[in-house]
Ligand binder design. Structure first.
Ligand code: FAD
Length: 282
């Protein structure tokens, strides 16, 4: 972690574009609460195959109009270069300067993979077509990507994104800090020198967390899983235990020199606000 310590910690919040007018209102209130923590940016997810394209743009423009830095996610799988160029051009004209560049996952039923195979190709495309207009974040997987052929191959593939021009990294969530520390050490040994910011997922609903974790390859350590299972429908206990686990994780990461924290807020400020108080972040 030595070389990660050189970065001043930054905090950012991830949101997803709401689907209903009520969701839009709720998200405005969430952002108002989260804004008091002075995040470096709010990022907004992009649905697989471009399904949230317009809503991502609308949300990002609202965030920007409120005076915050907005970073739209952009996934390339299933897209043509022309589509991606058009989205990026819209962002450029709107003054957006930060993109989270991803491969994404092909929606079921979509046979055509499009003109991009991997996120590294998207990063290279952005740099070729838009130069240094955008700060580019990419994704990393301290517990390795579920489709990776091996841990070693995954690191090699991850490095391609950095070599293609990524500026910083946000990780998939994890509850095992050692996996992150090991990942950072491996990246440093591979010559990767940019900030690798841990992604932090709240623990609120057990079944939802199991579903997310199964699909993205994040491990719920046995002791956490057993404890959560044992609470059954007792959501207050799940919430209290989840806060303890995640606060300890954040504390450990920051103490070891992690270059910040990126919170998967799930469009709610409550969990993050409590963590914030507990961590006493200035
Ligand atoms: P890549 O970096 O392309 O890697 C995908 C797989 O391909 C890995 O197994 C890698 O090892 C392998 N690979 C890469 N390059 C090569 C190569 N040259 N040859 C062989 N194999 C290769 N998804 C969305 O749809 N919308 C979002 O908004 C979104 N936001 C996210 C935010 C974060 C912080 C994270 C961590 C994930 C997010 N995702 C999102 C999920 C992401 O799209 C999936 O995890 C997806 O499966 C991989 O995307 P990637 O950009 O990491 O892919």
């Amino acid at each position: 972690m030595e070389s990660q310590k050189q970065f001043t910690p930054t905090f950012s919040f991830e949101l997803f574009p709401p689907q209903t007018p009520e969701g839009v209102e709720k998200l405005r209130a969430t952002r108002k609460q989260l804004a008091q923590f002075n995040p470096k940016f709010f990022s907004v997810t992009f649905g697989a195959g471009g399904s949230t394209r317009d809503r991502t743009l609308e949300t990002v423009l609202e965030i920007q109009a409120e005076g915050h830095v907005a970073a739209p996610h952009l996934s390339c799988i299933g897209s043509t270069q022309q589509n991606i160029r058009a989205v990026l051009e819209k962002y450029r004209l709107s003054g957006i300067q930060h993109i989270v560049a991803l491969r994404g996952d092909l929606p079921s039923g979509m046979a055509q993979a499009g003109e991009f195979r991997y996120a590294s190709e998207l990063v290279a495309f952005i740099r070729k077509e838009f130069g240094s207009t955008f700060h580019i974040d990419v994704a990393a997987y301290p517990e390795y990507h579920p489709q990776a052929r091996s841990a070693q191959e995954d690191i090699k593939n991850f490095k391609r994104k950095i070599e293609a021009g990524a500026d910083s990294v946000i990780t998939q969530y994890f509850y095992n800090a050692d996996a992150y520390f090991h990942f950072v050490k491996t990246c440093e040994a591979a010559g990767i020198k940019i900030p690798i910011v841990p992604g932090i997922m709240p623990i609120n609903k057990f079944l939802q967390l199991v579903r997310f974790s199964d699909s993205c390859g994040a491990e719920i350590p046995r002791w956490i899983r057993k404890k959560l299972e044992g609470y059954g429908d007792d959501s207050a206990s799940i919430h209290a235990f989840g806060l303890d686990v995640v606060t300890d994780l954040c504390e450990r990461l920051l103490k070891a020199g992690a270059p910040g924290l990126h919170f998967y807020t799930l469009n709610s400020a409550k969990f993050v606000a409590t963590i914030w108080q507990r961590l006493n972040i200035k």
